[in-house]
Design a protein around this ligand. Structure first.
Ligand code: SAM
Length: 187
């Protein structure tokens, strides 16, 4: 059976993230991915969870408290500033997820942008552990979404196949610019 995009994104992370890893949620939003990652890495692991928007940070904080999770560093800053927040500069990243676009039910003008998304993606890829996975869920129906999608496709499609496997996964018969996944596995 074909998995829906968000289910498949979690499946990819669950297959590659290990307990004790340091992982990244590039877009905390309402905290669903942060909670998911936090449970995957366990008490010995760390989640660096970014969002520029206070509402997203507060929503994610609520989820973390509800679930009594202790391994999340919630950071109100842009994900392209990632390096500043890595506790040990040399530490590898076990996996990362970015849900692009805007926060559902919130200000639709606060969206991820091509330059900062790419900058952050490059940082993650340079620190990804062997067999680690970067998963981007690409929503592009909003204003500026097409530019971000094209920038990512251009960059990721030229990555060396000796170093990375790059996958695109999505449904091509859905209406209204359905989201799709770009997943990068470090070989
Ligand atoms: N993963 C989230 C969840 O599980 O609910 C949904 C994320 S939502 C589609 C996109 C989020 O990216 C928004 O909350 C927005 O504030 C955030 N965002 C936009 N630009 C950002 C940036 N440069 N750095 C970090 N977060 C950013």
């Amino acid at each position: 059976m074909l998995q829906r995009v968000l289910e498949y994104a979690h499946y990819l992370l669950a297959s590659s993230v290990e307990e004790g890893d340091m992982v990244v949620d590039g877009t905390a939003g309402n905290g669903h991915d942060t909670v998911f990652l936090s449970k995957l890495v366990g008490e010995e692991g760390t989640v660096l969870s970014f969002d520029i928007q206070e509402k997203a940070i507060l929503n994610t904080e609520d989820r973390i408290h509800e679930e009594q999770l202790k391994n999340v560093h919630l950071i109100q800053d842009s994900h392209d500033q990632l390096v500043k927040y890595i506790p040990d500069f040399h530490e590898e990243i076990g996996g990362a997820i970015y849900n692009l676009g805007y926060l559902p039910g919130s200000d639709k003008t606060i969206v991820t942008k091509p330059d900062t998304t790419l900058e952050s993606v490059k940082e993650v890829l340079s620190r990804l552990k062997q067999e680690g996975m970067l998963v981007l869920v690409v929503y592009y129906g909003h204003s500026g979404g097409d530019e971000e999608k094209e920038a990512l496709l251009k960059y990721l499609s030229q990555l060396s196949q000796k170093e990375f496997n790059v996958l695109r996964y999505g449904f091509i018969n859905q209406v209204n610019k359905p989201p799709f996944i770009l997943a990068v596995e470090k070989k």
